[in-house]
Design a protein around this ligand. Structure first.
Ligand code: HIS
Length: 393
């Protein structure tokens, strides 16, 4: 009797067929080539980590973590991102490495989905972490590297939105007075639920001036001029500091010649709570959701006892592939169909062609049902059938 779930997969799990696999590989290779040209070193970390260390530090909602138990009863998680595992690695196996450390990765990460709504629960991120450098130059470098990587991968039409955790925090706290109320507003922002945000602001018991400050936050988008408008909404030291950093950052991006790809978005809030400074998201194609994101996280490393400022980003390979929207062509491939009396000749022919870098399928004629149908799949078919001219086996 067949099992009911025989052909089903757990929620959010996907198969990858050859054309998509090929396309992703090509795009991944372009991204990582760019990263290594900027001096980043590739690392990998285990798929499973301890919940108490990395799972917790990853700052992903608990309900999004896949948890399991090891034989000693420890709770493990499938890594939900690479930033926390890399922080652990830099504080342990790489603890002798002098800062700044530049690392890149291409790894699958796991985030449980509650519904089968099209969102994958396992996806590949290609990203970098720049650890031990707290300068605005470092923020600029990772943004410039993300842009260069996306361009090399073949994405032409994209924009990067840049914000600052310090600015949003300062403004929300200054207006609503306590962290609990700020959190509610911040949640609307990271869900990009601007209608909900406005509705909620209306309900708050605040002066109309303060309500207006919150509503104006939603409009703080655009070029350098957005910084001047932002300055008018908040005058606290934290707010000032954030805006000064963004002003300097803009100068760094200009020196890379990439200011046309970026825009400021001062209400940008990302879903991960470890961010402490400049944050950014990349948008491209017609996706409507960000295909890459990153930012500064200056307090994560100290959770692993090696305090250091850090910044980085991750590109969602699945979304980038979708945004680019082209399938990588298959390599030229040849099929040599042989009958057994000419096996040696066919094998030698296949070997020679493979040496030239051509993919060759070597197929025994008696193993094929429909030769015509099989032949259609190849650019070229060579038949080594019947008696060999040279005499054969
Ligand atoms: N780990 C982040 C991306 C990132 C890398 N470095 C900093 N941020 C994510 O999964 O969205």
């Amino acid at each position: 009797m067949s099992k009911p779930f025989m052909f089903e997969k757990p929620i959010g799990m996907r198969d990858t067929l050859p054309a998509l696999y090929r396309t992703k590989k090509l795009i991944r290779d372009q991204l990582t080539t760019e990263m290594s040209l900027w001096g980043y070193q590739t690392i990998d970390t285990p798929t499973l980590e301890f919940y108490d260390t990395v799972g917790d530090a990853s700052a992903i909602l608990d309900q999004q973590l896949f948890k399991l138990l090891d034989s000693k009863g420890h709770t493990l998680v499938l890594r939900p991102d690479m930033t926390a595992p890399i922080a652990r690695l830099v504080a342990s196996s790489l603890k002798e490495a002098t800062f700044p450390v530049r690392l890149n990765y291409q790894s699958n990460v796991y985030r449980a989905q509650q519904h089968e709504g099209g969102k994958p629960a396992e996806f590949e991120q290609v990203g970098v972490e720049l650890i031990g450098d707290g300068t605005v130059s470092a923020d600029g470098e990772v943004i410039a590297l993300m842009i260069a990587s996306l361009k090399r991968a073949g994405l032409d039409n994209f924009k990067v939105a840049i914000g600052h955790v310090g600015y949003v925090d300062a403004l929300l706290l200054d207006v609503v007075g306590n962290e609990e109320r700020a959190l509610v507003l911040r949640r609307y922002l990271y869900e990009k639920n601007y209608v909900g945000f406005k509705e909620h602001v209306k309900e708050l018991s605040l002066s109309s001036i303060d309500k207006d400050r919150l509503l104006k936050l939603l409009k703080l988008r655009g070029g350098k001029e957005a910084l001047d408008q932002a300055r008018q909404l908040i005058q606290t030291e934290q707010g000032e500091r954030a805006l000064n950093e963004l002003t300097q950052l803009w100068g760094v991006l200009e020196s890379y010649g990439i200011d046309s790809y970026v825009k400021l978005d001062l209400n940008l809030v990302l879903h991960l709570s470890y961010y402490t400074g400049v944050v950014f998201e990349g948008y491209g194609g017609d996706l409507g959701v960000p295909l890459s994101s990153g930012g500064r996280y200056d307090q994560l490393l100290e959770k692993f006892n090696r305090p250091a400022p850090a910044t980085g980003f991750g590109v969602r390979l699945d979304l980038l592939t979708e945004a680019i929207g082209k399938t990588a062509p298959a390599k030229e491939n040849v099929c040599v169909i042989f009958s057994k009396e000419r096996r040696t000749e066919a094998t030698e022919l296949a070997r020679q062609k493979r040496e030239e870098g051509i993919s060759v399928v070597l197929q025994d004629l008696s193993g094929v049902g429909d030769v015509d149908q099989m032949s259609e799949q190849y650019d070229d078919v060579i038949y080594c059938i019947g008696k060999s001219k040279k005499g054969g086996e």
